[in-house]
Design a protein around this ligand. Sequence first.
Ligand SMILES: O=C(O)CCC(=O)C(=O)O
Ligand SMILES: [Fe+2]
Length: 194
Amino acid sequence: MKIEVFDLKNAQLRYVPDFFNSEEANFYFERLQQEIPWKQDKIKLFGKEHFQPRLSSFFAEQDVNYAYSGLELKPKDFSEEILQIKKSVEKFSRLTFNSCLANLYRDGQDSMGWHSDNEKELGENPVIASVSYGAERIFHLKNKIDKNLKEKISLAHGSLLLMEGATQHNWKHQLPKTKKNIGPRLNLTFRKIY
Ligand SMILES: O=C(O)CCC(=O)C(=O)O
Ligand SMILES: [Fe+2]
């Protein structure tokens, strides 16, 4: 398994392009698209409600306190497939996760804007384990203070990206739109809510 380590200032990033082989990746991509109850959530921006430019769904263990970051809906129980994926990620990272945010980017016009995953409930140094299936999309990172510090990572079908350490304190990330004529991409971010 090839592991790429990114040398970013005050961040810790590991990328495994072929975390799942293509057979596994194809299987999960199809299954998760079908089995997940996708919804287009609304967000409030400057007092105005907008639909998010993507579909999503949130899963967690029974005892997780989910009242965070505008996700007012009760999380769903992990499916068999998400549990299997979670186990693989936990084995590799030697960490444990109790929740998973799933996002479906239907085409190049779906996206996620600049943010860091730094909600209090994620603890002091949140670890985000991000698994991607489907169309390859470019993930951008930028340093919060030094505007010259940027990184781009093309997230492959079946890949795993681990964001650890102080990454969420010092960097933001986004998944921008693309004009390329591409199909859907599915992303799972495993998190630990305290
Ligand atoms: O789709 C991605 O790769 C990014 C998802 C993300 O940043 C998030 O769910 O917080
Ligand atoms: Fe994020």
